[in-house]
Design a protein around this ligand. Structure first.
Ligand code: HEC
Ligand code: HEC
Length: 308
């Protein structure tokens, strides 16, 4: 009896691992809800909660340059570290955000950002068999990622490897998500982009475009997406064919900003509906109805959504 139970347990965990591996594709990632039921921050580095110590230094820089075996901070070889901000430009750190990773076996890793926006963990990440022959190389340790803050969830639409260094397995989100990086700083929440907006005469170039650059452009810039061929035949475009860095569509996109506004019913515009908290949007949640950014876009559409 006992043996049968153990056997059933092993079989069911094996099946969970297999089904998880099957959905471990960029398309599977697109709509996967953030894991829940764990304790937020359960995998924070050891000194968190005791003293933040050096955990407050070098916010926004690539932690892995020093925090790798043999590196300057080799005594503290994080597997993952990074910094969370309120904005893409990385000017305002965001404390208390949760960064969740899920590996190919379904293991959930949760970190919370400290006062400097920094987060880091020593938790290990499993190899993804689909990633090639050398399972011991950290380049095969893949994960899905989400950032949660104040009831907003933003998924990372791609599946990322830990890092390319076989001898020094480590990963810093800041490698790509820095203010200089192609995707901008890692950001969360519904913070306003500009300090203020006019109550009328909202300009596309001066007001709307900065919001779209801050919150949307990382994905909605067709042609800049990497075809994720390493994950099999599925090619994932972050943009959904929509270019939010341009007023009109262009040779690389199916739609531009002008194609996702509804001048006769501004609040029903795709550009607002998809960005709103609670929407079904592969890119996640960015603003509440009534927020400054939301109202500025709403006003601009109500005034005719001009290319002004
Ligand atoms: C330029 C090198 C460098 C960079 C970049 C760097 N660190 Fe450090 N870090 C160090 C050194 C050196 C120590 C102290 C190591 C020792 O005492 O042996 C340290 C120590 C720490 C500690 C204390 C170790 C512990 O767990 O108690 C934490 C936490 C930490 N760093 C977090 C980070 C984070 C997060 C980042 C990225 C945002 C980062 N560091 C970037 C060099 C660096
Ligand atoms: C992390 C990537 C990502 C970010 C950032 C992002 N999106 Fe998206 N968005 C997607 C993907 C992928 C799709 C296609 C799947 C879907 O419809 O959800 C999409 C679809 C859309 C659509 C529907 C496209 C259509 O053809 O009508 C709109 C509108 C949209 N997003 C608006 C926004 C706005 C506005 C922002 C910023 C506030 C934003 N998105 C930020 C990834 C992103």
């Amino acid at each position: 009896m006992k043996r049968a139970c153990v056997f059933i347990f092993m079989l069911s965990s094996l099946m969970t691992a297999v089904s998880n591996a099957q959905t471990f594709t960029p398309d599977g990632m697109k709509w996967e809800p953030a894991p829940s039921g764990h304790v937020a921050g359960k995998d924070n580095g050891p000194e968190s909660g005791v003293s933040q110590g050096n955990g407050l230094h070098f916010a926004g820089s690539d932690c892995g340059i020093c925090h790798n075996p043999g590196g300057k901070a080799g005594n503290f070889p994080f597997t993952v570290g990074g910094t969370l901000f309120k904005d893409k430009a990385g000017t305002q750190p965001l404390a208390g955000g949760e960064i969740i990773l899920k590996d190919v076996t379904g293991k959930v890793i949760s970190m919370t950002s400290n006062e400097a926006g920094n987060f880091f963990t020593y938790a290990t990440i499993a190899s993804d068999p689909a990633k090639g022959p050398d399972a011991s190389s950290s380049g095969t340790w893949t994960y899905k990622a989400w950032v949660i803050y104040d009831n907003t969830v933003r998924p990372m639409v791609t599946i990322a490897p830990v890092g390319g260094m076989t001898s020094a397995p480590r990963m810093s989100c800041n490698m790509h998500h820095g203010w200089q990086g192609s995707r901008g700083s890692l950001s969360a929440g519904t913070f306003p982009t500009l300090k203020s907006y006019p109550s009328s005469g909202v300009s596309f170039k001066q007001h709307v475009l900065p919001i779209l650059k801050n919150k949307c452009k990382a994905c909605h810039m067709p042609g800049s997406a990497n075809p994720v061929s390493a994950y099999g035949s599925t090619t994932f475009d972050y943009s959904g064919g929509l270019d939010l860095s341009a007023y009109t569509k262009n040779s690389k996109s199916a739609k531009g900003v002008a194609d996702v506004v509804n001048v006769s019913s501004p609040a029903d515009s795709g550009i607002l509906a998809k960005a709103k908290v609670g929407s079904t949007h592969a890119g996640g949640e960015f603003m509440n109805a009534g927020d400054a950014d939301y109202n500025a876009i709403l006003k601009w559409i109500g005034e005719g959504a001009k290319n002004n």
